[in-house]
Design a protein around this ligand. Sequence first.
Ligand code: B12
Ligand code: SF4
Ligand code: SF4
Length: 301
Amino acid sequence: MQNFYFTRTNILNKGVKMKSKTSTVLKKELLDKCKDLGISMVGFAPVKRWENPPEELPQHFSNWIPREFWPQSIYPEARTVVVIGLPVQLPIVETAPSIYYHELYETVNILLDEKAYEISNFLTLKGYPSIFIPRDGYGDIEVLLEKPLAFFSHKHAAFLAGLGSFGLNNVLLTPEFGPRVRFTSILTTLKLEGSKISGDDLCTRCLSCAQNCPVNAIKSEYETGNDFPPLINKMRCATRSRKLRKEYRSPCGICIKVCPVGEDRKVFNRNETSMYNHKEGFEEYHQAWEHVRRYGSKKTS
Ligand code: B12
Ligand code: SF4
Ligand code: SF4
């Protein structure tokens, strides 16, 4: 037992000695670790960015996140937020709502939490105490119907880490996967330089998300000024999510399925988004989606 204790102490002491390493070396080690873990997207946001969102960001909010949601309010020692993202594969999202997308969502959620947990321990052992935030952070959809908020927002963290811009659908669009990527965040005491922000607004304002939302939760009117994206109707969206959960085919995900943004469309050869609304010419795809929807959940349409 004593041996075990000393072994643990040694690991932590070794970490403290590593503190002399420059942050550039540690950043490289961290990026190598993320590569080993198969993480598709990584960004760094110094916590100061919550206080003073950089000018070069593609959107500026008149109604910014309240202070108590900032990383330095949740973990006062935090200096940088490391945001990681894993994609949800487009041909599976296309079957949504379905048990298939539900299973993918669960898998990606588990992977995100595990990888973020591992990265936070990696940094702690290097001498920089770090913690991870779970990818969601709510007990049940019933809780969201009363208060549709989590204590920390990963999409805002990803935005500040330069990973993308907000779409009309109120989720973060990335050049690589459009909105088809899920995030989680690690709060670390290590000071790291923030990722570069391109400033590109990726949303084409095609309105496809608004037109396809089955409960009209997304406003189709928009202003390109300070308040983009307009607030979505969270209650309508959460109520639909509750219904789908009872049918074993949540989450809905239609507004991320139809969005034309993302290199993943080219990778999966899905450049034509009209395929979701027109059967003609796309019969084999519709047959495949209908087949999947017919099994494993209580509703099929
Ligand atoms: C609660 C929640 C929901 C709820 C409520 C929806 C919502 N828009 O908030 C429900 C269940 C309906 C939902 C649905 C979906 N979700 Co969701 N959801 C979350 C969750 C757990 C918390 C979001 C949150 O509370 N953020 C904190 C607040 C501060 O952000 P905010 O509400 O956007 O606040 C802004 C404005 O509201 C404004 N504001 C104005 N007045 C006020 C007042 C107060 C008091 C506050 C705080 C703010 C505020 O200020 C903020 C500045 O922009 C996050 C995971 C997480 N922990 O981040 C995932 C998350 C946002 N969801 C995600 C996804 C993908 C979806 C769905 C597509 C379903 C799916 N998985 O297929 C839909 C999309 C709905 C949509 N179009 O927005 C992803 C988004 C990924 C991305 N690429 O951006 C996330 C980040 C999960 C993840 N780990 O990746 N979600
Ligand atoms: S997840 Fe579905 S219900 Fe919610 S906003 Fe998107 S399309 Fe609408
Ligand atoms: S579907 Fe069109 S309007 Fe909606 S977020 Fe994507 S690009 Fe923007």
